[in-house]
Design a protein around this ligand. Sequence first.
Ligand code: UDP
Length: 275
Amino acid sequence: MSPETRPDFLINPEGLRLDGRRPDELRKIELECGVLKTADGSASIRQGKTYILAAVYGPRELHPRHLSLSDRAYLRCVYRMATFSVPDRKRAAPSRREREISMVMGNALEPALFLEEFPKAVVDVFIQVIQADGGTRCASITAASLALADAGIPMRSLVPAVAVGKADGKLVLDLGDEEDKYGQGDIPIAIIPRTEELTLLQQDGSFTREEFLEALQMGITGCKYIHELQKDALKRAYAKRAPETGEEEEEAGAEYEDDLETDLGESEYDEEEDE
Ligand code: UDP
């Protein structure tokens, strides 16, 4: 593999980014839920070349029991990157960064959940980054919240997340890998869209007060757009699962007719006589 070199510029003279996006433009985002058969809820996200799977199990009994909370369920988040998800093979052992992201994910999601309905239980959220091309921290939160909804965990809201950064001195929405590596900073945020409550706010690099406020606004606008995509993904999944109204009625009717036949004595006895 050839070593990566810093590009000459992150924003070209026309004001466009390396992948041709405008500064306030998100990458193409594809969300899907119900992608894993074994999980109670699941979701996938493709954001540019970043590709992540989220699986949710629970609420279920918590082991080891001493971790259980008497007034609410324990939200256990585990963020992991596949060894092949980055150009240099990632070591299999969990890194400090993976542990930190697992923790901030939990903090970002918890305010949106009614965990108090399941004291002593656990809700497990597993994130697997299949391909990392920047923005995995936020994309993981977006996908995890969709997987939690898919699992039917009672929640106040979905939680969309995105980062705003600075590249060549200009604020940019939804950093790609090179912008993340060679830019001057990033601010990942997650929100509860209806109230604009921030459930994740971190900062790397330095921003002036004006830049910070503008970045926040840019991030909130991005999150609200991602929220619409999350809702669409949920609607698609439910539409796929729900039996068509006609079918459901017909099936119920058929069952009723079967019962009637049995009640009227047209079943076994008559059949036996026929033999
Ligand atoms: N990365 C890497 N190797 C690692 C961890 C991260 O190459 O072990 C790269 C990868 O491209 C990833 C980016 O660094 O997408 C980190 O950006 P991200 O937004 O995913 O995480 P954060 O910057 O929020 O920690």
